[in-house]
Design a protein. Structure first.
Length: 126
């Protein structure tokens, strides 16, 4: 099983996604995702894995990364922002309206191997 498909045990009781139907549209709230325990200790690799996980979760509702309307990234080391930004720019290069975005520096994440955690909101119009 590859790192993208592997699911780490949740740290608490929560849903990976929460779908809210608003008329003919669906809002998909995506919990903070990390790359998993076997990922390289590299923010680029971890960000790429996280975006692939997000893509798979959104695909379960019939969408893709183009449906993301907001993302928030949490970085353990803000000096790695440039590396994360390279991945984000590549992932959304062909998206006409990339998501609104925030990046926050944090002192640590729940999983000690994680360099980055990303959450998001997607909207799929009916």
């Amino acid at each position: 099983m590859n790192t993208v498909d592997r699911k780490a045990a949740p740290v608490g009781k929560y849903s990976a996604t929460r779908v809210v139907t608003l008329g003919r549209a669906k809002l998909i709230y995506i919990s903070g995702l990390t790359s998993g325990p076997d990922a390289p200790f590299d923010v680029r690799a971890q960000a790429d894995i996280i975006f692939r996980k997000m893509e798979a979760l959104i695909a379960q509702e019939g969408g893709g990364l183009r449906h993301l309307v907001k993302i928030t990234a949490y970085l353990v080391d803000m000096r790695e922002y440039g590396a994360y930004n390279e991945v984000r720019n590549r992932i959304f290069a062909d998206v006409d309206a990339p998501p609104a975005s925030a990046t926050v520096g944090v002192s640590e994440l729940v999983r000690p191997e994680a360099r980055i955690e990303i959450d998001g909101v997607a909207c799929i119009e009916g």
